[in-house]
Write a protein that binds this ligand. Structure first.
Ligand code: NAD
Length: 282
């Protein structure tokens, strides 16, 4: 990996949730290559074990930690593992998140004749809502509550949340995810204020449409190559006319983590979306 910015994170302990996924896995590698000791938290044990090996092979220091960001005891156990291995954490990236088809409507706009024929707003169960809203919002709140206990004892610490274009404007079909990501943006600003006298800067990045496992079915039909109607709409709404790549998030992450470059930056949400949220469509 070629780092887009040189930031010295030597001596820092970083915790990355959702590190088994595409985006946060690449953030974790970037942090390790910048000198941080990185705890890779995820429910997917195999994914974080594999990443820890890759990071070690690349010369970095990382440990896999199995953790469910929705369970307080699991997060407490994870914090203890991090304390035992590396000591108190300085950096938390709250990356675990995502949508689920169970909380997704089939159509963008409701018509009565859809009732009983397709999945509408009325078919989204409370469990589906709780699952998606919880993973993205509560799954950001609870790890912050636990790991910030280490940060309040330090002089410079950083929390980065992963927002989305939904933080600004809800995308169609995904009401629970969209609301949760708006809540993540709101919480980022709340936390930035709350911890402003504690040496903890709290910021977020808001990625646009990126090519990852999770988003691939949104962009391509089952054959894997034909763009979906939604993909065409996305490209029309993106002034830069393309999807983003995961490595394009790393510059903002490293910038936000730099206590020199971003010393006065807290409560910021940085869109990384090829202009999607800047464009009115006209
Ligand atoms: P991904 O599915 O590749 O990774 C998500 C990871 O979270 C997975 O490894 C999964 O095992 C883990 N996870 C799920 N539930 C968990 C739980 N309860 N506890 C711990 N770990 C859990 O997703 P990604 O595309 O890399 O997305 C990472 C973050 O970026 C998410 O918050 C997502 O909402 C956000 N995001 C993604 C995009 C995109 O285009 N991919 C755009 C905007 C925001």
């Amino acid at each position: 990996m070629n780092l887009p910015l040189k930031v010295d994170l030597n001596g820092k302990v970083a915790v990355v949730t959702g590190a088994g996924g595409i985006l946060c896995g690449s953030m974790a590698l970037a942090l390790a290559l910048s000198g941080a000791k990185v705890a890779l938290l995820d429910i997917n044990k195999a994914a974080v074990e594999k990443l820890a090996e890759e990071i070690k092979e690349a010369g970095g220091d990382a440990i896999p930690v199995v953790c469910n960001v929705l369970e307080q005891q699991s997060i407490k156990d994870a914090r203890q593992q991090v304390l035992d291995a590396y000591g108190p954490c300085d950096i938390l990236i709250n990356g675990a998140g995502g949508n689920n088809p169970r909380a997704t409507t089939d159509s963008e706009i409701f018509h009565k004749d859809q009732l009983g024929k397709e999945k509408t707003f009325f078919d989204i169960g409370k469990e589906d809502l709780d699952f998606v809203f919880g993973l993205n919002f509560t799954g950001t709140f609870l790890p912050t509550q636990e790991f910030a206990k280490d940060m309040i004892l330090k002089e410079h610490s950083n929390i980065i949340n992963i927002a989305s274009v939904n933080t600004y404007l809800p995308l169609t079909k995904i009401p629970a995810y969209a609301a949760a990501k708006e809540a993540v943006g709101n919480f980022t600003k709340w936390l930035a204020t709350y911890f402003s006298d504690s040496g903890i800067r709290v910021n977020a990045i808001a990625p646009g449409f990126l090519a990852t496992h999770q988003t691939r079915p949104l962009f391509y039909e089952a054959d894997g190559t034909t763009p979906t109607k939604r993909m065409n709409k996305i490209l029309n709404g993106t002034p830069m006319k393309r999807l983003g790549e995961s490595h394009e998030l790393l510059g903002a992450i490293l910038f936000l983590l730099s206590d020199e470059a971003a010393s006065f930056v807290t409560g910021a949400i940085i869109p990384i979306d090829g202009g999607y949220t800047a464009y009115s469509g006209v």
